[in-house]
Design a protein around this ligand. Structure first.
Ligand code: TRH
Length: 439
C-alpha cells in the first residue's frame, strides 16, 4: 500500500455507488490525537478496553440503500467479529425489515435487541446515535453512510480515540490496493477515518470468510443425507437425478433472462432452476404463464423445472449455492459467497449510472478468469457481459459454450477459491489493523 495521501480535502461523500477511488486527506497521527483530545464529557462513555479481543467494543453503522447487500455484509462482519474475535459488537441499522429477511430472529418492532450475542439497534439516521450515546473502541461506518454528528463529536471527546473505519464497497479494480488503509483526518476534530477496501487481491482488505466455511461446505457436499434433507426441507422435492444441471438464480430484473429460460427449456438435458423469491420472480411467472412465482411455486416446461424458494437466512443461502452446479449471483455479498462455494458462477453486478460498473465487472473477470484457456475465458467473458446487458446475447450459444467448457470452469472455480484466500479474511484483516491502532 502506498503511504502517500492526496492533499485535497474532501470528507467521504455518501455515494454508495461510487466507481472511483476516494480522495483522502493528509495522515494525522494517532499520537497527535492523544495530544489534542479533550477530556471525556458525560454521555460519551463505554470506555476503552486495552488489548484483549474480548474487551473490544465495536459499533457498526449501516444505512440500507436498497436490497440486502448493505446489511448482508454488515451482519456477516458483525457475526464474525463477535464469534471469531470475541468483540462486543453493536449493529445500528436503519432498516430492520431488510435485516429480518436474512436474519429472521430480528424483531422489526424493537428499538434494541440482542441477536446471536450482538446488540442490534434500529438507527434513525442522520441525527440519532443509538438508544444511549455510547462510543465504541472501533467504529465502522459501512459504505460511507455518515455517522450522526453527535456521535462523531462524542468520539472526539473520548479519552482514548476510537479506531474509525469507512468500510467501502468491494471492487476488484487495481486502484484498491493503493487506497486500502489510507487515513483521512477529520476536517474539524482530532479524528482519523481509515478507508478499508475489500478486494480480491493481496494488499486489499480481502473479503469476508468465516473460519469454518470450507469445513461446513465439505460436510454438506460429502453427506448425501444432509443434501437430501436440504432438498426436502428447502425445495420440497427429492434431490434431482444424476445428469441434471442444478442452477440457482439470484438476480436483478434482467431482459436477458427470457432467452435464457427458453434455452434451458429447450436444453438436451434436464435443468432444475432454484429461484429465491425476489426481483427476477416476475420473469419466471411470465415464462410459465403464472400470476406470480412466489415461494413454494413449482413449474415445468420442456427440459426446465423451476422451483421458487423462500428467502432464507445467510447460512441457508450458502447451502443453496453448494447444492447447485452453477450459481447466478448479484450485488456484493452473494458474489463473494459464490466464489467461496467453488462452483462456476455468473455475476449480475449492481448497475451504475454511465455504465460505471462495467470496468468493475471486467476487473473481476481479469482476476477470476485469468488462468482459463482462451476459449473458455472468452466464453465466460461473453456470458458475463451478456448477462450484464453489454453486447448482443446469444444465450443458446453461451449455454452450449458453457457446457463444453464446464470442466475448465469447475477446475478454475476451485483454484480461484484458493487464490482468493491469499488476500486474507476481511474480518481478520480489519481486527488485526484495529488492534494495532488501539495499542
Ligand atoms: O441484495 P443485493 O443486490 O445487495 C446489494 C445492494 O444493492 C447494496 O445496496 C449494494 O451495496 C450491493 O448490492 C452491491 O446483493 P448482495 O450484495 O448479494 O446481498 C444479498 C444478501 O442476501 C447476501 O448477504 C446474501 C443474502 N441472502 C440470504 O441471506 N438469503 C437468500 O435467500 C438470498 C437469496 C440472499
Amino acid at each position: 500500500m502506498s503511504a502517500a495521501a492526496c492533499s485535497a480535502v474532501r470528507p467521504s461523500a455518501h455515494s454508495p455507488r461510487r466507481a472511483h477511488p476516494p480522495r483522502v486527506l493528509q495522515p494525522h497521527r494517532r499520537s497527535q490525537h492523544a495530544q489534542q483530545a479533550q477530556p471525556p464529557q458525560p454521555g460519551a462513555q463505554r470506555e476503552p478496553s486495552a488489548a484483549p479481543d474480548s474487551a473490544i467494543a465495536c459499533d457498526i453503522f449501516c444505512a440500507v440503500v436498497d436490497n440486502f447487500g448493505d446489511i448482508g455484509v454488515c451482519w456477516r462482519l458483525a457475526r464474525q467479529l463477535a464469534a471469531e474475535h470475541g468483540w462486543q459488537v453493536r449493529v445500528l441499522v436503519d432498516d430492520l425489515r431488510a435485516f429480518h429477511a436474512l436474519c429472521p430472529a430480528v424483531d422489526t418492532a424493537r428499538a434494541r435487541q440482542t441477536v446471536q450475542g450482538i446488540v442490534v439497534e434500529h438507527w434513525h439516521e442522520p441525527t440519532h446515535a443509538g438508544e444511549t450515546l455510547e462510543v465504541a473502541d472501533v467504529v465502522i461506518e459501512a459504505f460511507a453512510c455518515e455517522l450522526p454528528p453527535v456521535y462523531v463529536a462524542a468520539m472526539a471527546r473520548r479519552a482514548s480515540t476510537p479506531v474509525w473505519f469507512n468500510l467501502e464497497y468491494l471492487s476488484a479494480e487495481d486502484w484498491v490496493t493503493d487506497f486500502h488503509l489510507r487515513p483521512s483526518p477529520h476536517p474539524r476534530y482530532p479524528l482519523v477515518k481509515t478507508f478499508f477496501f475489500p478486494g480480491l487481491a493481496p494488499g486489499t482488505g480481502g473479503v469476508l470468510k468465516e473460519h469454518d466455511l470450507d469445513a461446513q461446505r465439505a460436510a454438506f457436499e460429502q453427506s448425501q443425507d444432509a443434501r437430501a434433507a436440504w432438498w426436502r426441507d428447502t425445495v420440497g422435492v427429492p434431490p434431482p437425478a444424476a445428469g441434471t444441471t442444478v442452477i440457482s438464480l439470484f438476480a436483478y430484473e434482467n431482459p436477458a433472462v427470457d432467452a435464457l429460460l427458453e434455452a434451458w427449456r429447450d436444453s438436451a438435458g434436464p435443468v432444475v432452476l432454484l429461484v429465491p423469491e425476489g426481483r427476477i420472480s416476475g420473469a419466471l411467472a411470465r415464462c410459465f404463464g403464472l400470476p406470480s412465482f412466489a415461494a413454494g411455486t413449482h413449474a415445468e416446461r420442456g427440459s426446465l423445472t423451476a422451483h421458487a424458494l423462500a428467502f432464507t437466512d445467510q447460512p441457508g443461502y450458502d447451502r443453496l449455492l453448494w447444492a447447485s452446479d452453477l450459481n447466478f449471483v448479484r450485488g456484493e455479498d452473494s458474489f463473494v459467497r459464490a466464489q467461496w462455494a467453488a462452483r462456476p458462477f455468473v455475476w449480475h453486478i449492481y448497475p451504475q449510472a454511465d455504465d460505471a460498473h462495467l470496468p468493475k465487472l471486467d476487473a473481476a473477470l481479469t482476476h477470476y478468469a485469468a488462468s482459463l484457456p482462451f476459449a473458455a475465458r472468452d466464453a465466460l467473458t461473453r456470458f458475463w457481459h451478456a448477462w450484464n446487458g453489454a453486447g448482443a446475447p446469444d444465450w443458446h450459444a453461451l449455454w452450449t459454450d458453457f457446457a463444453v467448457h464446464l470442466p475448465a470452469f469447475r477446475a478454475r472455480a476451485n483454484g480461484w477459491a484458493h487464490e482468493l484466500a491469499r488476500a486474507g479474511d476481511l474480518a481478520g484483516n480489519l481486527a488485526r489493523f484495529a488492534k494495532s491502532q488501539l495499542k
